[in-house]
Design a protein around this ligand. Structure first.
Ligand SMILES: [Zn+2]
Length: 89
């Protein structure tokens, strides 16, 4: 059983984990989002973003609509940056 594939890290598919800020841990616990990897992939990043929007009081219907769409990586990067800044504030 050696079917473990190594996923190449690229700028477009992997994002610094917004939950822990790329440190891999929160309050000395392993980050529940990236599980200590310090980065997450695009779909996980989009998921985090939508959950963050929801917890920030975003409209559920709009968020459900966004869930059905695959966000552009540039928009994703922008939104993640903004949400990370809000979260850190
Ligand atoms: Zn993390």
């Amino acid at each position: 059983m050696s079917n473990i594939s190594i996923v190449p890290i690229s700028a477009t598919n992997n994002w610094e984990c917004p939950e822990c800020g790329g440190t891999g841990s929160i309050d000395e616990e392993i980050c529940p989002i990236c599980l200590g990897a310090t980065w997450i992939n695009s779909s996980d990043a989009a998921e985090w973003l939508l959950n963050f929007m929801q917890s920030s009081g975003g409209h559920a219907a709009e968020i459900e609509q966004l869930r059905k769409e695959t966000p552009d990586s540039l928009i994703l990067a922008l939104c993640l940056g903004i949400c990370s800044a809000i979260k850190a504030a």
